[in-house]
Design a protein around this ligand. Structure first.
Ligand SMILES: Nc1ncnc2c1ncn2[C@@H]1O[C@H](COP(=O)(O)OP(=O)(O)OP(=O)(O)O)[C@@H](O)[C@H]1O
Length: 493
């Protein structure tokens, strides 16, 4: 037990209950965070993780139970009170203003940046924090946030939360902070968290990547159906024990690559080298093709180009040739004012229409089928899409793409925030659909997902720098290739 663990808690939640209509999101949760702790918070999609941190953050008032900062049981609560006690939160749904610059967003989050010269002080604060957490980053802080990649936006959110402007943060809540970061950026963040915690700071770290939680948290709290079901020091957990505590059943890791002879027929998709550099791209019928490399190196741009090359005229009737699973669900995935069902069925309207009218019975059946197949946790598919937890929203986008009969499915890191049990089910669906002849082009920031592909293209600086197949697909080769172009450039210089 370290010296900090005896001290006054930064925050203490006792028997907290929260309901959204008929859904009981928290059914009596106790969570105590002390100085010098990194508490890993894990659980299935919809377990209640975001809800409890919203209560701690002051964004939600508990319907029952209490919340106390620094041991003050009758102190003020709410967002301002939480901020005043040094609580900072990096949300799962990124919350920066896209039309403002990074510097201006820093000003919004830190009200101490007022008066003459605030811009210069804000620039210095955010730049130095980005340099400290993500050395070597190339973010220009005078750019509008909307022009940054999703990974860069996530880095800015994280640096803003840790920034020490006027008042040092005491507890930083990170809700799936690495979901859009590639492995090297994620490791930089985890190293920062360890240093911050060793210096007496506190962190709540929510992640579905259990390896990250095991390597970084000092204590792990497991939630299930709105309750805490385990709360122990990290050393007392193994990965298997953690999965078991979450109530997920994960099949033995099988060699997911199906022993399919890669077809020698004509590719179903092909592109010349990107920007005239590197290798060409091709994909065959029934293949799982992975796009790897550091995030923001051209993978999403290529998916968008492939989509435009095959989507044709949307007014033309008939089955679409290509389906797209967006990774950035807030920007280009969900229709926030629509129901869960309408969000799911929107791409299948051709199939669902009779005499130009939507067959509603058929639509409801489609919704029920996918609700069952990938366990979308909702009492009613007619509820609004925003009533779902983040991971469950992502499942709906996935179901939307798979429900159409397009032979090609493009996936832009679609498993962000999806829990480990569901991921295994989705991998099985993808594999069986590929065996039936569908082709998946899959950009992923998770090595485990890349390693189940039949063919992998590694990107660097907008170009494909390596093509790997079969037994050559492993972490070592992918990481080596990810840095290939940088080496070449140095050699040229
Ligand atoms: N605004 C809301 N309206 C209705 N229901 C909601 C709302 N916010 C959350 N819920 C429900 O509360 C439950 C807990 O959701 P929460 O977002 O806390 O889960 P989570 O553990 O963070 O999941 P994930 O891993 O998918 O992010 C879910 O059943 C969700 O559908």
């Amino acid at each position: 037990m370290n010296s900090h663990s005896q001290s006054v808690p930064v925050v203490e939640a006792r028997d907290v209950k929260v309901s959204f209509g008929a859904v009981r999101a928290l059914a009596g949760v106790d969570l105590v965070i002390r100085p010098g702790e990194c508490v890993g918070l894990v659980g299935h999609n919809g377990a209640g993780k975001s809800t409890i941190v919203n209560v701690i953050n002051g964004g939600l008032s508990p319907h029952e139970g209490t919340i106390a900062y620094k041991g003050e049981e009758r102190g003020r609560t709410g967002i301002a009170a939480a901020r005043g006690h040094g609580i900072r939160c990096v949300f799962q749904e990124l919350s920066l203003c896209p039309n403002l610059t990074v510097i201006e967003n820093t000003r919004i989050m830190h009200r101490a940046l007022t008066g003459w010269g605030w811009r210069g002080r804000a620039a210095a604060a955010i730049r130095s924090k980005l340099d400290e957490i993500f050395p070597g980053h190339r973010i220009d802080c005078s750019r509008a946030v909307g022009d940054l990649s999703i990974a860069e936006r996530q880095m800015v959110e994280i640096a803003t939360a840790f920034a020490d402007v006027g008042q040092a943060p005491k507890l930083v809540i990170l809700d799936e902070p690495t979901s859009s970061l590639d492995a090297s950026l994620a490791e930089q963040l985890l190293a920062h968290v360890r240093t911050y915690v060793a210096g007496g700071g506190s962190v709540i770290f929510i992640s579905h990547i259990l390896g990250e939680v095991l390597s970084t948290a000092t204590r792990i709290v497991v939630m299930k159906d709105g309750r805490v079901v385990a709360d122990r020091p990290t050393a007392e957990f193994t990965q298997a024990g953690l999965v078991q505590a979450m109530g997920s059943v994960v099949a033995e890791k099988k060699d997911a690559r199906v022993a399919r002879a890669l077809t020698t027929s004509e590719p179903i998709l092909s592109l010349p080298p990107r920007h005239g550099r590197g290798l060409p791209f091709k994909a065959f019928r029934g293949e799982l093709v992975g796009l790897a490399g550091l995030s923001g190196h051209g993978q999403t741009d290529m998916l968008v180009d492939l989509y435009h090359s095959r989507s044709g005229n949307w007014l033309r009737r008939g089955n679409p040739q290509v389906a797209f699973v967006a990774g950035d669900r807030g920007y280009n995935g969900t229709f926030p004012l629509w129901s869960i069902l309408n969000n799911l069925s929107v791409a299948s309207l051709t199939d669902l229409s009779r005499a130009s009218l939507i067959d509603e019975r058929h639509e409801v059946e489609l919704g029920e089928e996918w609700k069952r197949r990938i366990a979308i946790r909702t009492p009613d598919m007619e509820n609004g899409i925003l009533s779902l937890s983040g991971g469950n929203q992502q499942k709906v986008l996935f179901a939307r793409a798979l429900a159409v009969r397009a032979p090609i499915v493009l996936m832009d890191d679609p498993m962000r925030g999806v829990d480990i049990g569901t991921k295994q089910e989705v991998y099985d669906i993808v594999r069986s659909e590929a065996e039936n002849g569908r082709t998946f082009i899959w950009y992923s920031t998770e090595m485990d997902e890349i390693c189940i592909c039949d063919r992998v293209y590694v990107f660097n600086s907008g170009a494909i720098v390596a093509e790997l197949t079969r037994n050559d697909i492993n972490e070592e080769n992918i990481l080596a290739a990810s840095f290939t172009e940088a080496v070449t450039r140095e050699a040229v210089a």
